[in-house]
Design a protein around this ligand. Structure first.
Ligand code: SF4
Length: 354
């Protein structure tokens, strides 16, 4: 173990096996190593943005077992917003200070390609200043299959219709044996990575997520991070890694053992150490809880996502993010936890130190 610690302190890249071994370190020791990296990069700054999540439809042709959002027997309330409604939501959010709309939804075969693409275009036409972060690699794969288009054609269409960056969703866990059990039929890991690579090759940035705390083990998490690190070495297009804590309610995935806070914090810390080429590690408070996200700042995380305003996907599965959070409350929580709240834009340019 000492050899691994020395490597980390000397800023040498650690191997996947060494990352796995780090889980055996006591939590606070691991936190100290990850915290030192975070401190050197950003001091006591903690980033957040003022954003609005919009989830325009919950009708989905896929059936991911962990999903509580799509309309199904457990959640029989299908909806699809009209484009005018999406634009109206974005306008109201902008008036309240949002700099970004984060538009992701289900794989709705009835909505039509134009509905997806024109919603971005109309938002951008109405609010040219707003950053449109939209379409996960899973949605892009769905649109390409459904409408017989190549991935390149969908990506080019997104850019033409005003999408600025891609969110990191749909990655779940890359290991085939787990992916097959939790989201069989969804975009494959290889395709997910290929889509992000193509997006980065267009000079665009994206996030990367990892859904953990369900039926995967520690090795699957490290394998996931390793595939991201390898792609990032080639493209340098990921601006943040977001480990998403699995939410347990209203879905069809049977999970007997839920993660402890200890395991969540260790995973955040290891990701900070292992992903030496991804600038930001985000503790997405909607899935970790706000209190754990605040503690995660001491374990390598430098970003707490944003105020969200409204969120339907994680909250359907039990997360406390349905109505987001007020900026003042968010800022005060960061300050009271001993960090400096820094409002950022979607590409991590600093806008305001609060
Ligand atoms: S996670 Fe996404 S793709 Fe899977 S069922 Fe839910 S909405 Fe559909």
């Amino acid at each position: 173990m000492q050899k691994i610690i020395d490597k980390i302190k000397n800023k040498k890249r650690i191997t996947p096996n060494e990352a796995l071994a780090l889980y055996d370190l006591p939590l606070l020791e691991l936190g100290e190593l990850a915290g030192a990296i975070r401190e050197e990069k950003y001091g006591r700054k903690s980033y957040f943005n003022i954003n609005r999540h919009i989830n325009p439809t919950n009708i989905c042709k896929d059936i991911c077992k962990f999903c509580a959002y799509s309309a199904n027997r457990k959640n029989p309330n299908p909806y699809t917003l009209k484009i005018e409604e999406i634009v109206e939501i974005a306008k109201r959010a902008y008036e309240k200070g949002a700099k970004e709309v984060h538009i992701v939804s289900a794989h709705n075969p009835e909505a039509g390609l134009e509905w997806y693409m024109n919603s971005f275009k109309k938002v951008k036409e109405a609010i040219p200043d707003i950053h449109v972060k939209a379409l996960t690699a899973a949605e892009i794969n769905f649109l390409s299959q459904e409408y017989n288009l190549s991935i390149d054609e969908v990506l080019d269409m997104m850019i033409e219709h005003g999408v600025d960056s891609m969110p990191g969703g749909g990655a779940e866990i890359f290991a085939h044996e787990i992916r097959d059990k939790i989201c069989k039929g969804k975009v494959s890991s290889k395709k997910w990575l290929e889509i992000h690579q193509k997006w980065h090759e267009r000079g665009k940035e994206s996030n990367a997520t990892m859904l953990f705390g369900h039926i995967e083990n520690r090795s699957h998490r490290i394998d996931h991070m390793n595939r991201l690190r390898e792609l990032q070495d080639k493209t340098n297009g990921f601006n943040a890694f977001i480990p998403l804590v699995y939410q347990r309610e209203n879905n069809y995935l049977r999970v007997d053992n839920f993660l402890t806070a200890n395991e969540i914090l260790k995973t955040y810390a290891i990701s900070r150490i292992f992903l030496d080429n991804i600038p930001h590690i985000k503790a997405y408070w909607a899935t970790s809880t706000i209190n754990l996200a605040l503690i995660a700042q001491e374990f390598g995380c430098d970003d707490l996502d944003g105020t969200i305003q409204k969120e339907s996907i994680q909250s359907a599965a039990g997360a406390a993010s349905a109505n987001g959070m007020q900026v003042e409350e968010f800022v005060n929580l960061i300050k009271n936890s001993g960090f400096i709240p820094v409002e950022r834009d979607s590409l991590y340019n600093e806008l305001k130190v609060w």
